[in-house]
Design a protein around this ligand. Sequence first.
Ligand code: NAI
Length: 262
Amino acid sequence: MKRFAGRPAIVTAAASGIGRAIALRLHEEGARVLAVDINAGALAELPQSDNFRIFAMDVTAAGAPQAIADECLRHYDGIRVLVNNAGLGNCPPFHETSDADYQKWADINQKATFMVTRAAFPALLKSKGVVLNIASTLGVVGYRRQAVYSMAKAGVIGLTRNLAADYADQGIRVNAIAPGIIATPQTEGRLNTARFYATIVGTTPMGRPGKPEEIAGAAAFLCSDDAGYVTGQVLAVDGGQTSSAYISDALVQCWVDAHPDQ
Ligand code: NAI
C-alpha cells in the first residue's frame, strides 16, 4: 500500500538518525521526498533519484526556509507533507547558558520550525497538506540540565496545537511526535556508557532505547490519510517513559525488602 503515492514531502535534518528514517520511510511508501540537511556529505550518501532529492541547507540560515520551499516546488510542483525534524539537544545547564547558546538552541529547535512551516504554508494550504513536528518528551515533562532545549521543544508543541486549531477548517493537519531516548548519532555518546544505558532501562518501562525506524513508523501514520481525523496531537513514542511514574525492578525490590510480611 503506497500511502504517499506521488505526494511531495520535505523532511529537514534528513541525513541522519530520525530524519533519515522518516525520509526513507515516506519514500518507501511512494512520497517524492526532498531531504534537507546542513551536512552535504552525509546527504550525498542517501539513495537519490528523481523522486528522492537532496538539498544541502542550514535551516537556521537567513533565507533558508523560502529556499527549501522553493526547491520542493521547483522539483515536485507542490508540498503535501512537511516534517520539521531539525533539532539539537545537549544544551548547557541553565545557569551556564550564554546569550549565544540561547540563540543557537532556540533557533534550530524552535525558530526554524516556525519559519520553514511559514514558508511552506501557501503550498500546504493549496494541497491541504500535513505538518509533523519532531518535538521531544523533554518538551512535555521537566528534565534536568536541558533548559533551552525543553523550552524550545515546548514551544514547538504550542505551535503544533495552535496551527492545528487555526487551520483545521482549511484542511491542514498539524501534529507532533515527542520521542523518548532514540539511538541516533545525537545520543550515541551517552548510550555507549553503561551508566546512561542503565538509567534508560531503569526509567523506561520498555527497558531499551527506541530505534529511528520506530519514530518513522509513527510519523508515516500521522502524515498519512490513516490519521485523517488526528490533528493537534503530541504522540509520545518513548517506550512508556512519560506515561507512568515508572518503578524499576530495583525499586520494587526495595518495597519488598521493606515490607517482608506482605
Ligand atoms: P541526529 O544527530 O542523528 O541528526 C541530526 C541531523 O540534523 C544531522 O544530519 C545534522 O547534519 C542535521 N542538522 C544539524 N543542524 C542542522 C541545521 N542547522 N540545518 C539542517 N540540518 C541540520 O539527530 P536525531 O537524534 O535524529 O534528532 C532528530 C530530531 O529528533 C531532533 O529534533 C531532536 O531534537 C529530536 N529528538 C531526538 C531524540 C533522540 O533521543 N535522538 C529524543 C527526542 C527528540
